[in-house]
Design a protein around this ligand. Sequence first.
Ligand SMILES: Cc1cc2nc3c(=O)[nH]c(=O)nc-3n(C[C@H](O)[C@H](O)[C@H](O)COP(=O)(O)OP(=O)(O)OC[C@H]3O[C@@H](n4cnc5c(N)ncnc54)[C@H](O)[C@@H]3O)c2cc1C
Length: 600
Amino acid sequence: MVEYNAPIRDYDFLFNEMFDAIPIAQRLGYDFDSDFLSMLTEGWADHAKEVWLPINQLGDREGLKFNEGRISMPPEFKSAYNSSREGGWLSAACKPEHGGMGVPVFFQAVTWAEIGTSTNMAMSVLPALTLGVYDVLIEHGEKALVDYFATHLASGEWSGTMCLTEPHAGTDLGIISTKAIPQDDGTYRVTGTKIFITYGEHDMTDNIVHLVLAKTPGAPEGTKGISLFLVPKFLPSDWESGELVGISHELCADDNGVSCSGSEEKMGIHASPTCVMNFDDSVGWRVGELNTGMALMFQMMNQERLATGMMGLGLAEIAYQNSLAWAKDRRQGRDLKGPQDPNEEADNILVHPDVRRMLLEAKVNNEGCRALAAWTGILLDQMHSDDLEEAELATALVALFTPIVKAHFTDVACETASTCMQVMGGAGYCTEYGVEQFYRDVRISKIWEGTNGIQALDLAGRKITQNMGKNLRYLMWPLTEFIEENRDIPDMSEFNKPLHQGVRGLQQLTLLMIAEGQANPHFLASGATDYCRYFGNVLLAYMWAKMAKISIEKIGDPFYDAKLASARFFFKRIFPETVSLAAKIQSGHKTVMEFPTEMF
Ligand SMILES: Cc1cc2nc3c(=O)[nH]c(=O)nc-3n(C[C@H](O)[C@H](O)[C@H](O)COP(=O)(O)OP(=O)(O)OC[C@H]3O[C@@H](n4cnc5c(N)ncnc54)[C@H](O)[C@@H]3O)c2cc1C
């Protein structure tokens, strides 16, 4: 029996004590106070636990059924989805004029995402994708397109997909071959095959709205010639020309030349369809300017990259909770210093240092990632501030954090899920206890939305030099300010000193990556993954030092005592990996690139 308790107290601490989420949200124009935030968090946690969690194992076991181009989902998934839709839980972040609640982005991007994934990752990706399509559409779509599609997407009545990948074009989207031919009525006819499309076909919603990357005739080579098209599975029944104004919302019985020719069998998320989608002269509308498709899709992908980082955290958290619950019951062996429970046949496994190490690594990485997620979530709101300075700073930090949240959270989450399975011994490997499902489900998070290797290259090759290095400068301000503020506080020295060293190391490594990388791109690319992990560790160190600072002032309360002890564990047992990461980065590219290819 899988257990789950949403980390509500942690969110309260992060949003109300560590970051001033409510005053910021109010300043940005949200009608939102801390009581409403608590009500929302608790309401969503209760709903997800009652409706999504109980069918998570069923989804894994039964998966979906593909038959003659149609995919049917388990009936339990359909009723859970409808119940969430009716409760308004799928449209919290959408605008009130489209029927949403209009809550701050941080609630959706952080709290909703983590709880949704913990309770049912396969289910949670459907509304996450739909919201991504909605956001791109309302920002870049023409009014008629927004008027026709936005409300249906916001309500969850229709769902969305992102169609990028083709059989020969995964990471390298510049070589896609899907074509979009302009028509006299202003629409396009889209033809091509996309693979691996999440929820490309299913029967949970009445219509599926695909955002498709395609090339128009004569478009420039590579990614500069890609445009974005909205292609619905079903067109409106009285649709005759490209005109969407004033037509009914009844749908045609025949699909719009959009068909699904298969669904992948895969390691995890069995109840999330992964489809081969064929577009055959399908009617589509362009979203945004011609040849700007990659930039627009990147807007959605960046959102999904952050969401993917949260998927990692969500699964790592539920894996931790279940391995801890199991460990609390399990008795094996004796404490090395002598029996703790002499009247029992054996001591509880929590007496063993190695079991404690595993659980602490999981707990401390999860809480560190959650803190960084909370900060990133608030920055997502601040990006839209009318105060241009605030918006610029937030935009720069989000650009910098996106590859780190995606790659570091999911790398660590995959390790955590594996560690939690290890805590449970053989039981961890068995289906009954659920943790092996989390281990399988979480693995995709390192691959989709751009592999973690690509995230690392984005960070090291683009984000640190982007805007003349402003992204990094904006991060260094709060970091150096914090280090200075705490330099002479004795209780903070165990946290502040290693943080200071880590930040200095990051600056040196960054200069090395830029200088050597300019001379030889193989140097930069060989060190990018280690650099991303180093950077992730420095950000978590900053989060843990901040959490320690708050907790020192509240010693005696178990919540804060645990935070302080966790901060100590982070700095002594996790952060030192930065030393070996630095050595690997400094060793350069030669051992990697001079290894003869024929000797692999
Ligand atoms: C379950 C699932 C769901 C998915 N959902 C969607 C979806 O909804 N929509 C969609 O469009 N796609 C989706 N994808 C596709 C996913 O985004 C791609 O699989 C992913 O981006 C990697 O592309 P690829 O599989 O072609 O790997 P490849 O591009 O072939 O990469 C293979 C390896 O080479 C590395 N590599 C490739 N190019 C470079 C480079 N330039 N520099 C360094 N390393 C490089 C990669 O990091 C990787 O390790 C999904 C995939 C899966 C498995």
